[in-house]
Design a protein around this ligand. Structure first.
Ligand code: GTP
Ligand code: MG
Length: 452
C-alpha cells in the first residue's frame, strides 16, 4: 500500500565503478528511457543526483516491478566520477548510500577503482548489485533495444553467449575473491546473501529494466525500516563538493538524507578548522533541460526534502570540507548543533604519530580510507588533512625524523604551484595518485629503493 509513503524517504543509490565503465551512460539511459516513455516530467535532475519516482521505475521495469508491491517513493541516484572516491559518500559514520550499483565493463572486468569501490562497500556494509555493462560490444551481439536481459541473452547465438559468460564468470570470480558470493541475478534467490549480477547495456538499454527491478526489490526488502525518517525535521546532509560559482562565490553541493532544508535556514557545516555557522542565501537546482541555454544555469528553490541533492549558496563556505556534515539549526541552540558537527568530525579524525608521512586527500572520507590503507601497511602518519598540497605540508614533511618519512602522499589532490617551488629546495618526496593502493605501493617501492 502507498498510504504511509509520506514518511518513507527515497533510498539513495550510489553508482560506482572504474573510469569509463559506463556509470554516467547508465544514468543517461534511465533518464532517456523515461523521456521516451513520456515520463520526462517525472524525473528530476538534482545537483549531483537524479530522482526517479516509483511510477516511472515501474513503467520502465515493465512486468518486473508491480508498483502495488512497493511503498517507497522512488530512487535517488548519485553519479560518482571514476576518479572520485566513493568514500566521500558517507553520513553519520556510515555510508551515505543505502544501496550501490557497481558498474563493471563486462570486457574489462575488475579494475583498480572497482576494487576500491568493493573495499568501501564491504567496510560500510552497503547492499549492492553489479551491472555487467556493455554487453552490446560482444562481437556478434544481436541487440534488442530496451529488452529484459534474460530474453535478449537467450536470443543470442551460442558463441555470443559463451563469450558473455566468460566475462560474467570473471566478474563473479573476482567478487568471490573479495568475499562475496555472487551469481547471475535470475539465479539468485536471496539477495541478502548473494550478490546479483545483471548483464546490461547502457547503449541499447537491454537489462536496464532488470537492474531497476533488482534495485527496487533490494531497497524494499532490506531497507524499509531505515527509510522511515521524519521528513519534516531539520535537515541533515553531507557535502559532496565545494565549488566556486559565478555570482555566488563558494557553494557546497550537498546530499540531504534527512529532514528539510529551507532558504534562510541557519546551517552548521564542517570546515577545515572549525565548524562554519552561516545562513542559506539560496538553494539551487539545475534548470530543466529545455532551459539549459539560458544565462543562469541554476534555478532557485524554497526548500528541499530528503533525499535530494542541492547546491547551497551561503557566505563563509570557502573552508567547507567535502565529506563533512551539514546540519540545519531549527529547534535547538546553535551551540548544540555546532557540538554535533564537531563530534562527527572528531569521529573522522585520523590518528597521527610522532613521526611519519604527511597525507592529503580531497575529502574527509577519502582521507579516512587512506589512513586505513596506511595503517594496514604499517606506515605511520605525522599529519593528515583535506586539501591540495601546500607549502606548509612540505615544511611539515621536512620535519620528519626518519628520512623515508619525509614524504607527502596525496590522493585526488593537486600540488599548488608555490608548493612546487618549495619542493625543489627540499628533499621531500611527493606521491600523487587517484588510486589508494597505487599510492601505498609507490611509497613502499620508494622506501625499498632507499633502504637498499
Ligand atoms: P567516468 O565518469 O569518467 O568515471 O566514466 P563513466 O563510468 O561515467 O563512463 P561513461 O558513461 O562516461 O562511458 C564511457 C564510454 O563508454 C563512453 O564513450 C560511453 O559511450 C561508452 N559506453 C558506456 N556504456 C556503454 C555500453 O553499454 N555500450 C557501449 N557500446 N558503450 C558504452
Ligand atoms: Mg561519469
Amino acid at each position: 500500500g502507498t498510504e504511509d509513503a509520506a514518511t518513507l524517504r527515497t533510498p539513495i543509490v550510489a553508482v560506482l565503478g572504474h573510469v569509463d565503465h559506463g556509470k554516467t551512460s547508465l544514468l543517461d539511459k534511465i533518464r532517456g528511457s523515461a523521456v521516451s516513455e513520456g515520463e520526462s516530467g517525472a524525473i528530476t535532475q538534482h545537483i549531483g543526483a537524479t530522482a526517479v519516482p516509483l511510477e516511472t521505475i515501474s513503467s520502465m521495469a515493465g512486468e518486473l516491478v508491480d508498483p502495488d508491491d512497493f511503498d517507497l517513493p522512488g530512487l535517488l541516484f548519485i553519479d560518482t566520477p571514476g576518479h572520485h572516491s566513493f568514500s566521500t559518500l558517507r553520513a553519520r559514520g556510515g555510508a551515505l548510500a543505502d544501496i550501490a550499483i557497481l558498474v563493471v565493463d563486462v570486457n574489462d572486468g575488475f579494475q583498480p577503482q572497482t576494487e576500491e569501490a568493493i573495499d568501501i562497500i564491504q567496510r560500510t556494509g552497503t547492499p549492492f548489485v553489479v551491472a555487467a555493462n556493455k554487453v552490446d560490444t560482444i562481437p556478434g551481439w544481436n541487440p534488442n533495444e530496451g529488452a529484459p536481459i534474460k530474453a535478449s541473452y537467450d536470443a543470442q547465438s551460442e558463441r555470443v553467449r559463451s563469450t558473455l559468460d566468460e566475462g560474467l564468470y570473471d566478474i563473479i570470480g573476482d567478487l568471490s575473491s573479495a568475499g562475496f558470493s555472487a551469481d547471475l541475478y535470475w539465479r539468485v534467490q536471496e539477495f541478502q546473501r548473494n550478490i546479483g549480477v545483471v548483464p546490461v547495456s547502457a547503449m541499447t538499454g537491454e537489462g536496464v529494466s532488470d537492474l531497476l527491478a533488482v534495485l527496487m526489490g533490494l531497497s524494499q526488502r532490506y531497507m524499509r525500516e531505515e527509510m522511515e525518517v521524519d521528513v519534516s525535521g531539520s535537515g541533515v546532509g553531507t557535502v559532496l563538493e565545494v565549488k566556486e560559482e559565478r555570482g555566488f562565490g563558494a557553494t557546497i553541493d550537498v546530499v540531504v538524507y534527512d529532514g528539510v532544508i529551507r532558504e534562510g535556514d541557519t546551517i552548521v557545516v564542517g570546515g577545515m578548522d572549525e565548524p562554519i555557522v552561516t545562513e542559506i542565501r539560496a538553494l539551487l537546482q539545475p534548470r530543466p533541460l529545455a532551459e539549459i541555454r539560458t544565462e543562469n544555469r541554476f534555478e532557485r528553490v524554497d526548500e528541499i526534502e530528503a533525499a535530494a541533492g542541492v547546491k547551497i549558496a551561503a557566505p563563509e563556505l570557502d573552508d567547507a570540507m567535502a565529506g563533512a556534515p551539514v546540519m540545519v539549526v531549527r529547534d535547538r541552540p546553535v551551540e548544540a548543533v555546532v557540538d554535533d558537527v564537531r563530534a562527527e568530525l572528531a569521529e573522522l579524525e585520523v590518528e597521527t604519530e610522532e613521526d611519519g608521512v604527511v597525507v592529503k586527500a580531497d575529502t574527509l572520507g577519502s582521507l579516512e580510507a587512506m589512513a586505513d590503507a596506511l595503517r594496514e601497511a604499517e606506515i605511520p602518519i605525522l599529519r593528515a588533512e583535506v586539501g591540495d598540497i601546500a607549502p606548509r605540508d612540505v615544511a611539515v614533511a621536512g620535519t620528519a625524523n626518519e628520512a623515508t618519512y619525509r614524504a607527502i602522499l596525496g590522493f585526488n589532490v593537486d600540488v599548488l604551484s608555490n608548493a612546487e617551488d618549495e619542493l625543489e629546495e627540499s628533499e621531500v618526496e611527493v606521491f600523487v595518485d587517484d588510486v589508494i593502493y597505487q599510492l601505498v605501493e609507490d611509497y613502499e617501492a620508494f622506501v625499498e629503493e632507499r633502504e637498499r
